[in-house]
Design a protein around this ligand. Sequence first.
Ligand code: PHE
Length: 544
Amino acid sequence: MKQDRGAWRSKLGFILAAAGSAVGLGNLWKFPYLTYKFGGGEHGHGAGGFVIIYLMAVLLLGLPVMIAEVMIGRRGRLNPVGSFRALRPGTAWKYAGLLGVITGFLILSYYAVVAGWTIEYIAKSVTWEYADYDAHVSDQAVRDRVFSELSVAPAGALFLKEHGLIRDTADASAVQAAWARVKTDKKYANLLKQAKKEFFLAFKTRFRTQRALKHAIIEKKMEIYPASLFERFLKNPVKQVGYFFLFMLLTMLVVIGGVSGGIERWNKVLMPLLLLMLFTLVGRVFTLDGGVRAMRFLFYPDFSRVTFNTVLWAVGQAFFSLSLGMGALLTYGSYLPKDAKISKASLAIVSLDTLVALAAAFVIFGSIFTFGLTMHGSGIGNLFTAVPGIFLHMPGGRFLSILFYSLVAFAALTSTVSLMEVAAAYLIDEHDMSRKRAVLIAGAAIFLLGVPSALSFNLLANARIFHLTFFGLVDFFSANIALPLGGILIAIFVGWVLTAREKHEEVFEFPVWLYSVWDFLVRFVAPAAILVLLFALLTGRVSG
Ligand code: PHE
């Protein structure tokens, strides 16, 4: 039964695979999207509060729980269910493992949808579709864009005041409300027309020559096009399901190949390449106008808007980004040799993961601010709408764009593989299946579960549960509830159930003081912090 399990060829193999699991769309897509959302979205005020809470969650909860999770896997040497059972036979702890297996199913079902987007974007980079902006963006769209930009600027407030719609131009929410009325109420149709005209005139007079104006309009088109391409893509149900299906197939192929074959080898080359690419972009963004603003947006601490909701999302994101709380790292840990140092490996993984998330967010916001991509919509497509702006302004942009989205796709693949591996290992170990059969069954089930997520941006866009689309609901539930819950169970198991001797054997490298700090965090801090959040959630203090 065990011959279908695998083993890492080297200690580095584990670190690379675990880092491959951790670094993925959570860093490149979701972290920038959440910083956008908690940074005030369209009316951006800065994401410092969210980012700092996230960093604290990574350090105080993520790192200690990661050590605990890998420890369970290495001692149990099985999938999550089997490992818990092996360590404490005959107890209900195996259900903690089962929760992880189920969470993995849920996450993969919508994660692979977003992963599918990367394939479309490799294709769009190959055809260099975003460079066709001139032919595809109408002058009207440029006018509308200018209008939406100026309406949120001081000029917009002034216009409202002149027409008696607001009293105080500094009252941002009144301005917002008044524009909402003007845009929707038929009564104001003429006024709206007039505003659009006036604002465009104001825009035009900024330029001294006809040529400068023309150039500015072209720039605007260049900004608008990637966003409209993305929106169009989301609205296409066939593409959404098709790419999702394709990505599931890719994942299944790799997982059938086994842990030490494909993943380990490719990881060694492509992970460093992703880092190199990302840091090239970071360097590039530093030379752009928006770089400093992006830094400020991300790091300037502003806790005035932090709520329970912010904290819950930050903690959920920490678990999500580090692949914690559902047994992915537990399963990878089960292939880890006894003499490898769990704490060092964990620290390396956590550092790398955090670095990548911050770099991605910096690149994306740098681009948004530099190219005046007024942040609009939910921000869910930032990775796909903001980054092309940089490539359009860069020599060799087309090639770099192909490379970039290929690397993003690969980063996503190493994460989907780790999610699938949990389900596969469970079926192989617990239900005596062959690897191939396990993967086929799990893959088919996950695909079916994910179809409504793939349709959440088009056919099912208006089907809401708790105000969320199906995609949003699965994301919220799995990342913000199931993973932290899994995290508590792991922390309690290692903190309170495993004996000190068992723990010492696993983190033999810890000096006494460090062991005490870690043990304290696992025993008290992690369970308490997460319990408070889940309690707040149950009592209705937070929402999606
Ligand atoms: N950590 C992965 C990412 O950031 C997602 C993931 C979550 C993978 C949970 C495995 C388990 O993209």
